[in-house]
Design a protein around this ligand. Structure first.
Ligand code: DP6
Length: 356
């Protein structure tokens, strides 16, 4: 590619959406390679919703690799960033030595400048690292001309990031090999599979979480016997049930497993020593509201799930969205939360028709 006035030899911009786990990943068996103790399953949001946008440029005039997150320069020597950069460059070198002229040899030695922005609060339990590392790896692969299976590289940035490499319903198969080569994300169903499914994010707090996922799950692995039981005996059965519920578009089964798995994940946080509290009073009120709403109708119309933070992610079907939003607005009036409380998100399909 001809070089521009800044000496830029290659540049690419990509976006990656967050994913919401309905069977949670919590705990590693190998911290360096990021290999999990259990498989997990998530729903990837629509590209136009909660997402990271990353631009990466290479240039022979760049003296060193650098990264800016949301406008602020961060440490490029972070080991997880280095793992992703190293793996992508290794693939690029391999491609070159295999005789593919896609990348000239000088381009390989060029330094990169990475610029990444989220359109949602970072570290508030909204899977920012998942979208961030998925986007980083995807954009790096573009810049270096790589077309390989990339989820194993994104996984080394942040475990949950491997699931954001695919749209729709995605499982992260834990794998059993020590080198992690079989610990990969795989699409279960594409984004077009369940067009009626909707996600609402109820923002209970946009503050940074007190304990990050990485250190939280480390302490859980060290101290929680419930987590061990969950990984060995509960999740394998739930993964099968969840895949079947998704394939059959069986909302009550999907919803029940989603809520039970979120509850068990937070129970393992309580079983961690010292205990970890991600939910707050508003989260608990939302859990009660969802169960009362479902009880009122005598069927499961709405489900909640919470990651490592107090914000609720609600799953429901399009036909129930506007009524459930009214119910939430009634119990949590907008004036008590600056109108920030509800964000309506279609999952991988046409935009919501409601004005939110
Ligand atoms: C609660 O992927 O952020 O969101 O691999 O240490 O970067 P690291 O952790 P991370 O953990 C996400 C945990 C979770 C559940 C999930 O997304 O499956």
């Amino acid at each position: 590619m001809p070089e521009g006035s800044m000496g830029i030899s290659n540049i690419a911009t990509c976006t990656a959406p967050v994913n919401i786990a309905v069977i949670k990943y919590w705990g590693k068996r190998n911290e360096e390679l990021i290999l999990p103790i259990n498989s997990s399953l998530s729903v990837t949001l629509h590209q136009d919703q909660l997402k990271t946008t990353t631009t990466i440029a290479t240039s022979r005039s760049f003296q060193e690799d650098r990264i800016w997150l949301n406008g602020k320069e961060e440490d490029i020597n972070h080991p997880r960033l280095q793992s992703c950069l190293r793996e992508i460059r290794r693939l690029a070198r391999k491609r070159r030595s295999d005789g593919d002229p896609g990348l000239d040899s000088t381009g390989l030695s060029h330094k990169v400048h990475i610029c990444s922005v989220n359109n949602f609060p970072t570290a508030a339990g909204l899977a920012s690292s998942a979208a961030g590392f998925a986007c980083l790896v995807h954009t790096l692969a573009r810049v270096f001309g790589i077309e390989a299976e990339l989820s194993a590289i994104a996984r080394q940035g942040s475990g949950s990031a491997c699931r954001s490499m695919y749209g729709g319903f995605v499982q992260w198969i834990m794998g059993h090999q020590d080198d992690g080569k079989d610990s990969l994300a795989q699409q279960v169903e594409p984004e077009t599979h369940w067009p009626e499914l909707r996600i609402l994010v109820l923002v209970a707090s946009a503050e940074r979480k007190p304990i990050g996922s990485t250190s939280g799950m480390h302490t859980s692995v060290e101290t929680s016997c419930l987590l061990k039981h969950r990984a060995e005996a509960v999740v394998p059965v739930r993964m099968d049930g969840m895949i079947e519920a998704v394939q059959r578009k069986d909302f009550p089964a999907f919803a029940e497993l989603t809520m039970k798995d979120s509850n068990q994940f937070h129970a393992t946080c309580l079983d961690t020593y010292p205990p970890i509290f991600y939910l707050n009073n508003v989260s608990h009120q939302i859990i009660n509201l969802v169960h009362q709403y479902n009880n009122y109708y005598g069927e499961t119309r709405v489900a909640y799930t919470f990651d490592a933070g107090p914000n609720a992610v609600i799953f429901t079907l399009q036909e129930h969205v506007s009524e459930f939003i009214q119910v939430v607005r009634h119990f949590f009036p907008p004036e008590t939360n600056d109108g920030q409380f509800i964000k309506g998100l279609p999952v991988n399909c046409a935009p919501l028709s409601e004005e939110l």
